[in-house]
Design a protein around this ligand. Sequence first.
Ligand code: ZN
Length: 275
Amino acid sequence: MLVRMKDICDKAYEGKYGVPALPNWNEVQVRATIEAADATNSPVIFLTLNRFPNSKDMMDLIAKLAKETHVPVALCLDHSGSFEDSILGIRNGVTAIMVDRSEKSFEQNVAEVSELERIAHAVDVSIEAELGHVGWGDHFDNNDASLLTDPEDARKFFELTKVDALAVAVGTAHGVYYGEPHIDFERLKDIDAACGKPLVLHGGSGSGDDNISKACTMGITKVNIVTDVFEETLKYIGTADLAGNNVKNLYRACEEATFNFVKHTFEMTGCIGKT
Ligand SMILES: [Zn+2]
């Protein structure tokens, strides 16, 4: 069933587990992800963007397949950077918008998120924001403490904006890491203690399975994992027998790879059976 992201995150927060938020770039990925969720009784969140030629088609497909399964499926517009993009996402049928104003000042972030919070909640769409800034692994010093989330600021942010979930910067980075990620668990603990609300970890790929599992017991309810879905698919294809006429099994191999890895993300975040 298609649900609000808030429903998934609130339940995960209570139960001290996380739920993976995964890509939906093509039909193979979408079907394999929902099949894995269905087979393991796991809730799942899709990360969507408006900007691809097939974006709306994928959103419609997710909505259709979500209605055919008993597991909760949420559809979140990821890193929405403008007011117009968020409204388009809502029109396209997402059940959550992630409003990213993390590169703006605290006050500006609060103002722009609050404007969209009123609109999103008026139509029963969940809203996530980001405080501190999660950068990119290949051109970002993810150990720069000034970019990490301050616990007291996070508490104030929740109070001022009424967001349903907040992405925090605790040392992870988007994309492929060049170097080791250092997750600041002390900071995460302090943020959770200050806020008592669902938190989100961006840059889950390459962050270490144990690190993610641990973070999911400390208030992280949604873990964005995109790059690894592609990496693991590529690896799997490299080992699959696709010689000669078997080449026609290419997409079947992509589907198997996605199914297996998505199942692994449910194990890692602890959401199997949490429907
Ligand atoms: Zn992100």
